[in-house]
Design a protein around this ligand. Sequence first.
Ligand code: 26V
Length: 810
Amino acid sequence: MKLRKKKLVNRISQELAHQKGLTIEGASSRDIYEVLASIINESMEDNWKATQEGYAYGKYKQVYYLSMEFLIGRLMESNLLNLGLLDEAKEAIRELGFNEEEVFSQEHDAGLGNGGLGRLAACFLDSLASLQYPGHGYGIRYRYGLFEQRIIHGNQVELPDYWLTYPYPWEYRKEEDAVVIHFEGNVHIHEDQDGNLIFSYDQTNKVKAIPYDIPISGYQNGTVNTLRLWSAEAIDNIGGSLEENTTYYKELAHQHTIEQISGFLYPDDSSEEGKSLRLKQQYFLVSASIQSIVQQYKQTHKISIDRLHEKVSIQINDTHPSLGIPELMRILLDEEGLSWDNAWKVTTNTFAYTNHTTLSEALEKWPVATIKQLMPRIYMIIEEINERFCQELWLDYKHLRNQIADMAIIAHDTVHMAHLAIVGSYRVNGVARIHTEILKTQEMKYFYQRFPDKFTNKTNGITHRRWLLQVNPELSTLVTDVIGSQWIKRPKKLISLLKYAEDSSVLEKLKEVKLTNKQKLASVIQQRTGIMVDPHSIFDVHIKRLHEYKRQLLNVFHIIYLYNELKDNPQQDVIPRTFIFAAKAAPSYYMAKEVIKLIHTVASIVNHDPDIKGKLKVIFLENYQVSLAEQIIPAADISQQISTASKEASGTGNMKLMMNGAITLGTLDGANIEIRDVVGNDNMFIFGLTAEEVIEYYRNGSYSARALYDQDERIRRILDQLNDGDFGIHQMEFKDIYYHILSHNDPYFVLQDFEPYLEAHELVERAYRNKNKWLSMSLTNIAHSGKFSSDQTIQSYATDIWKLKQVPIK
Ligand code: 26V
């Protein structure tokens, strides 16, 4: 360790001089960051090459994970960790007179995702490499990631996230692997001598896709896989016709339009505007990726293209890349000359589809006209797929016409992407057990009846290397001291911690670790908000995208209730609580933004009220992103996972928080159910309606928010306070929330779950008073969290869906 640290210190000094002509004294944290990144890259290069050669030489089957989002966050620490150099690097940085956090935070988060779906993709890449599976990511190199959130007077304001101000050190532009994508144009059909139909296109708008490759290293195992992100560029350089000014400007405008394709990441947004650009992005991603996959297949395997599926699986992350299905068909039919039946066999044995939500507003549908105009040949293929599928259905379901209409890919001038994805894939998976069951019995029930073997569950997971080893070094050291270090490679070994659930010396150390982490977060909070919080208070954490179904509003109602109680009875003996929120709302999601404003308004009242005497604090940390989550999670006591049952497909924040010893306060939804399976009711706080009850309410329509308002005076008081403007700057400030709940009949059952939620909170407080019991619960959660490592999840995808072999690197 000493030696390697010394070497690193010397290397950094040398490279500073060599690359930048600087001495240590003259260097900034930025300089150290850049130089260290170049050293890390050099250490990965040989392994990256060896990994690619190994895959090609052994002709192993490869999996490609296609996703519109990869929320990878920062890479310096995880690369160091994987190279086995993290501790040495931290020491070297300190020895050079710098602060490691300052150096690591020079890296702008790569925020190329909205939330869970994008972060899952990033965790999967980590596990694929760490398990030595040949698995690569394909995505878009957006110039602007998810917006930066600022809060001004309690309101969310969105700023562009320009993350490429400084050169991004982890990417390699691969000019030689560029491909061309065709949009629009005309399709011509001819017959060859044998009477086969031949399709050709002209007058298309061509866009060049340039790949930027990012190395994805495995944990201390030599494997380095690739995340390939595509950037859109115009094909012809400007300047060919300088004499003619109009052409020059036209050309510039044209170039600008093309570059827009990889211009920015769309927020999860209900808005209709700019939709066709989003569709262009999707086709851009899949066309570039599939061309690249086919090229690599041809270079590696000297077998014919009709065996592609033996060597390639393509996983599509939600329906966003589902145009990959007709795109592969197009390549096989028009470029490789396969027959329809042959091409369809290959395609449907290559694609597998993961569904991440059952929210109807999030299920993708595109107008026929848009697809037809932007990608006419692709539309023809979708039409043919639909035609053949409906004919098949017709044979079996003549008597069930409605069912055919419900399953059609094209209906009412709309293309249903989920139907295309199911029909074109050999496996369809949900992301938690309950979610998969809901797909099978509700949302996709006809498809399940027709293709029962396609459907499978793959409960999500998170990489324990980033979410425990890297972000919580104090806890990791404690765990390793107690049970040894095997858990790092085999997360299920964490279960050995259970033996220490009653061991007071271990529990005492766990208490110290949590307190240290809470003190650290308290100082982050102080720096960012100016508010002092008490590290001995309960840190009650609710961090995720802001959405009505995630019910941040229920949390706020409870805070208002506690505030009211304390105002009525200031002498009450309560354990001080710090409620911590972080969440971005989609820019055009009005209700979500109102909730953000409400949190801030309640915070400013509660935090400044002298009667409260610090018994309650409400903190909202702005600009939630991976690096902020990494600071909050190790310090959490309570993990709020309170979605309306049946709505949260899985959740992954629940797993991260559990792994760091937080105790879940949650509904029986998503993966919370599977967390309960392992830790039991004694080690978490479960409350509220079940998914069956929620679905039944929707079905029979018997729910009445108004009745609850009339019956429960606590609820009435809170809602009236919103309507009367008690929490607003002006009267009726939050009347929209009030009306939304009462006149839309509280679609997410906030009022129905209010009382059970209060009771659960009382249990939390009671449990927290018994410190040893609490610590024992916390340790039990950590012990069981190995089940939710993405290593487990990837292992299951690899054996059941992809049929992959592990490839040790020489
Ligand atoms: C999209 C939209 C678009 C329209 C407006 C409402 C809305 C709401 C949500 C979404 C995102 C859907 C996809 C997604 O991010 N799903 C998340 O995937 C995670 C990984 O599987 C999973 O843990 C989360 O439960 C699930 O919400």
